[in-house]
Design a binder for this molecule. Structure first.
Ligand code: SF4
Ligand code: SF4
Ligand code: SF4
Ligand code: FES
Length: 945
């Protein structure tokens, strides 16, 4: 393995279709108009010396090292800021240029520490490289004069240092923060010799606006901004390209290593989802992989009150298989089931659902997508015919109006948010539909044209109001609808949304948003050719989640905004492989590729391939499995990589279900909350130990490549095979690629997917089959997958979860940038510096009414539970609405959330819980009991016992 070094072309790519031809050092080169001379030279393999230019940011022209000579022009223009033109004759290496460059480098080096041999960047420093390239041998000026060598180091950021003594003030970091990340945290303070890079108002990095995305570190040509892991471990020696295991953006990274130790994760420029950008989680929060809490040995116990006992793999697998067989013999086949994970690879997920359907012989399989995006699958397949988003991420660069509904991309999907913000800075209009004033509503150089702060639970009233305006104000794209959609359904829908009860004026009493504002936003959405909807769990996690997804699809069809670049309806998927886990047949009613289990010919295909007779009836969903456990009819479960005891709603109900089972098998990297109720623990692997694929929110299948060996000795897919074999259903694969080959054979949308093709193309967006051999960046071009687009009636039905005198506030939940879901990984990294605990955000008015001051501990009570946490008075909240995250075990935010759920898919209504908030300095009863219970159920017996 070698260390992958991507080419730096010096300035960003230009996409003009008009080409220009010039001569550089006597060689002819043709490039798109607008390309710099520096980039044109780089494309033909000539590296012009440079310091202040890099191809992730626009050229600035400050260092002058890249000077060139152009025949017929005076002076020595900077090649990074001079565009290539037809007929130019450029010389990059002349005696005059060599002298000029040496003089420039001499000045830089005279104010730079000469500690190359002991510098952490030694071997990866552009200043060092350039000194060599220009042939600088000595510095005439000496080091006695005024210099920056004693400048203070800022080590406040947990992941990187800023050593001002090494800064050459090239401003690459400042431009990266502005152009790549869009945070504008850095400035150059002072002038001339006194110029320094500054984070915010002379704050340190940690105290500034910096979100620790790493773009500046990536751009810095010297050791000024440097990863602490590299300072500690030294420069990496080899690298492996893989995919981030946090969110559904699916960023590609180079895992840069020394031996089997990861030294840093660097975003990969050829990554087709992230184009070389990253966020704090993927870039820096990978230390959990070697955290001391990792469990790497299988364990079993008879009762959950017993201490765990480490055993061999054979014993653990044998015990689990025997238990499942015993339970099925005693209580019937349907008394067992399993849960697949959106954190695991497609191949691992496919095998788990296969084990449950073919090995257990039941369809009691479900996935964590049940609690996040199951309404997306249902809603988009009903209307368009495919359970997935319509676009690739790059499509946002062509959007003229961007509507963000119930999503907070700067926290949840940060790299995509940076992409989106770039488009917004170019002038695209923005509509935000969210109860909270999320960052996108107003942040550096971004201001939403409309923020519609609706009351939680009123999404459908809002989307119907949009539809009403579109229909009654003549904004329907009639030709598009006539050509592409089912007219009978459309006419029905048109009549429905035209009714006065669906007008913005009628909706106002539910949503609380002034009708005039809604009308203006709807007109804006319908006024352009490229209007794109991006949405998140603020849409799906409602009792009408599926209705809302269909409502968005309706207005997109009515305005002709499906089937071309820049438009579409796009779920921002939460977890890294939530799309993949759904694609792989993790829902009880669907086989891989979203084909219903009751469809005879589909089932027959699987019967043949798997050598079994599958049950034609859909099995139990997660909530049904838990209900059945409490009723005494469901007794055993295999949970791979999901922590339902923390992530699912109404914790007490979940844990009662788990406690009622006789065999709970948990496969995970840590003893999670669900494992408190487990009888068998099978150690799992982190993404760094995995080989396989993840599918991101844009249907992009990305390779996950093993960087380090699996800590437990076996990969997760191998463990599933062992369990299946022990159950008496033999499986045999020697590599995950063989599992993908089986998936491709059995799933029409994956027909042409293979590891060879993934190597060749980098990544593939499904459908990838004979009709679309290289995949499908934009869906529904020319025709909807289901044939005619189908408008659905979306009657607004208010949730049963209502505020009242006992519970007068609405709680809505979500996540923040630095933490991730149940926090199992991010809580075990330095990311806790930003979010050490869950807090309750509350509006000043609600706080004052209750005598609550910023930082007070408060108790939050719903009709199902109570927890205590710290209150933060926040301008982001509207009166009557409070907000918290669910990243910390001690808070147990889901103790409060109810088990109301989406009517079609059972996706829980996390976003609407009626609560009361009171000052309290005591933990809730649940918090106290749970802390004791956790301690009691996590004991591991010493080997000798
Ligand atoms: S880490 Fe990211 S946000 Fe922070 S200063 Fe650097 S570029 Fe800006
Ligand atoms: S910190 Fe690095 S990128 Fe920023 S100005 Fe200094 S040398 Fe350039
Ligand atoms: S945006 Fe998502 S996929 Fe990309 S680095 Fe961050 S967490 Fe990972
Ligand atoms: S690289 Fe062109 S001026 Fe610095």
């Amino acid at each position: 393995m070698t260390l992958i070094k991507e080419t730096d072309f010096g300035t960003p790519i230009r996409l003009s279709t008009k080409m220009v031809t010039l001569t550089i050092d006597g060689q002819e080169v043709t490039v798109p108009e607008g390309t710099s001379i520096m980039r044109a030279a780089a494309e033909m393999g000539t590296k012009v010396p440079k310091l202040c230019a890099t191809d992730s940011v626009e050229a600035f022209g400050s260092c002058r090292l890249c000077a060139v000579e152009i025949e017929g022009r005076k002076g020595t223009p900077a090649s990074c800021t001079t565009p290539a033109e037809n007929g130019l004759k450029v010389w990059t290496q002349t005696g005059k240029l060599a002298k000029l460059r040496r003089n420039i480098m001499e000045l830089y080096i005279s104010d730079h520490p000469l500690d190359c041999l002991t510098c952490a960047a030694n071997g990866d420093c552009e200043l060092q490289d350039m000194a060599g390239v220009v042939g600088l041998r000595d510095v005439r000026y000496g080091f006695a004069g005024e210099n920056h060598l004693g400048a203070k180091k800022d080590e406040s950021n947990p992941y990187f240092t800023f050593d001002a003594s090494k800064c050459i003030v090239c401003s690459r970091c400042v431009r990266a923060c502005e152009e790549v990340q869009g945070t504008f945290a850095l400035t150059i303070d002072g002038r001339g010799f006194a110029s320094t890079v500054s984070a915010g108002q002379k704050e340190d990095f940690l105290g500034s606006e910096c979100v620790s995305c790493g773009a500046c570190v990536q751009a810095c040509p010297t050791a000024t901004l440097m990863e602490k892991t590299v300072i500690e471990a030294g420069q990496p020696e080899h690298s492996v390209v893989t995919t981030c295991a946090y969110c559904g953006v699916g960023c590609s990274f180079k895992a840069e290593m020394r031996g089997t130790e990861v030294v840093r994760m660097t975003p990969y420029k050829d990554g087709q989802a992230n184009h070389g950008h990253s966020c704090v989680k993927g870039r820096f929060a990978w230390g959990y992989a070697t955290h001391k809490d990792r469990i790497t040995k299988p364990m079993i116990r008879a009762k959950i009150t017993d201490p765990w006992r480490e055993v061999s793999w054979e014993e653990a697998i044998g015990h689990a298989a025997n238990e499942f067989k015993r339970i099925q013999a005693k209580y019937g086949k349907g008394a067992v089931g399993g849960i697949t994970s959106s954190r695991c690879t497609n191949e691992e997920t496919y095998l788990v659902q296969k084990l449950i359907r073919a090995g257990f012989g039941v369809n009691n399989v479900d996935t964590c997508a049940r609690v996040c995006h199951s309404p997306t699958g249902y809603g988009l397949s009903q209307t368009f015919g495919t359970s997935a988003g319509t676009q690739n991420f790059d499509s946002v660069a062509s959007a003229d109006v961007i509507m963000v509904i119930g999503a907070n991309p700067t926290d949840g999907h940060p790299v995509f948010a940076s992409h989106m913000k770039r488009r917004l800075r170019q002038g695209a209009k923005l509509i935000v539909v969210d109860p909270r004033r999320i960052d996108l509503v107003k942040s550096a150089h971004i201001k939403a044209d409309h923020h519609l702060p609706l009351k939680p639970g009123t999404n459908v009233a809002m989307i119907n109001a949009f539809a009403h305006v579109i229909v009654t104000e003549g904004l329907v794209k009639e030709d598009y609808v006539r050509e592409r959609c089912d007219m009978m359904e459309f006419d029905r829908w048109r009549a429905f949304v035209s009714e006065e009860r669906n007008s913005p004026e009628a909706a106002e009493k539910y949503t609380g948003v002034p009708a005039a504002e809604v009308r203006a936003a709807a007109r804006l959405y319908a006024s352009v050719n490229n209007a794109a909807i991006y949405y998140g769990l603020g849409v799906t996690e409602h009792s009408q989640g599926s209705t809302m997804v269909m409502g968005m699809a309706n207005i997109a069809m009515a305005t002709g905004n499906v089937g071309h670049v820049g438009a579409g309806v796009n779920p921002l998927r939460g977890q890294n492989n939530v799309q993949g886990s759904c694609d792989m047949g993790s829902f009880p009613h669907e086989l891989p590729g979203y084909r219903h289990i009751s469809t005879d010919d589909v089932r027959e295909q699987f019967n043949q391939a798997w050598g079994v007779t599958l049950d034609p009836e859909p099995g139990l969903r997660i909530p049904n499995m838990l209900d059945a456990a409490i009723d005494g009819t469901f007794k055993g479960i295999y949970v791979q990589g999901e922590d339902i005891a923390q992530s699912d709603p109404n914790t007490k109900h979940v844990t009662a279900g788990l406690e009622a089972m006789e065999c709970v098998v948990v496969q995970d990297i840590f003893l999670n909350e669900t494992a408190n109720y487990a009888h068998v623990f099978l150690p799992g692997t982190t993404f760094l130990e995995k080989d396989g694929t993840f599918t991101n929110a844009e249907r992009r299948i990305n390779r996950v490549r093993q960087a380090v060996p699996p800590a437990p000795g076996y990969a997760d897919w191998e463990v599933t095979i062992m369990l299946s074999n022990a159950l008496g259903y033999p499986m045999s694969y020697s590599h995950p690629s063989e599992i993908m080959d089986e998936i491709a054979r059995l799933t029409p949308t994956f027909k042409n997917v293979s590891y060879e093709k993934l190597e060749e193309m980098g990544s593939i967006q499904w459908p990838c089959n004979d009709a679309a051999p290289d995949g499908t960046p934009t869906m529904h071009i020319g025709k909807f997958v289901r044939g005619k687009g189908r408008f659905m009636i979306t009657e607004f039905v208010a949730t049963e979860e209502r505020v009242g005198p006992r519970f007068p506030l609405l709680l809505t939940t979500g996540r923040i940038l630095s933490q991730y879901n149940v926090g199992a990984q991010t809580r075990r990294t330095e990311n806790v510096a930003w979010h050490p605990e869950d807090v309750l955000e509350i509006h000043a008015h609600d706080a004052e009414e209750r005598g609550i001051r910023d930082g007070d501990n408060v108790s939050v009570m719903s009709r199902v539970g109570e927890t205590t946490l710290k209150a933060v008075i926040s301008e982001r909240m509207q009166p009557g609405v409070v907000y918290t995250t669910f990243h910390h075990v001690g808070t147990g935010a889901n103790v409060i959330t109810t088990d109301f759920s989406d009517w079609a898919t059972n996706c829980p209504e996390y976003k609407v819980t009626a609560v009361e908030v009171r000052l309290s300095n005591m933990q809730s009863e649940w918090q106290r009991d749970n802390a004791l219970f956790r301690d009691a159920t996590r004991r591991i017996a010493k080997a000798a016992e």
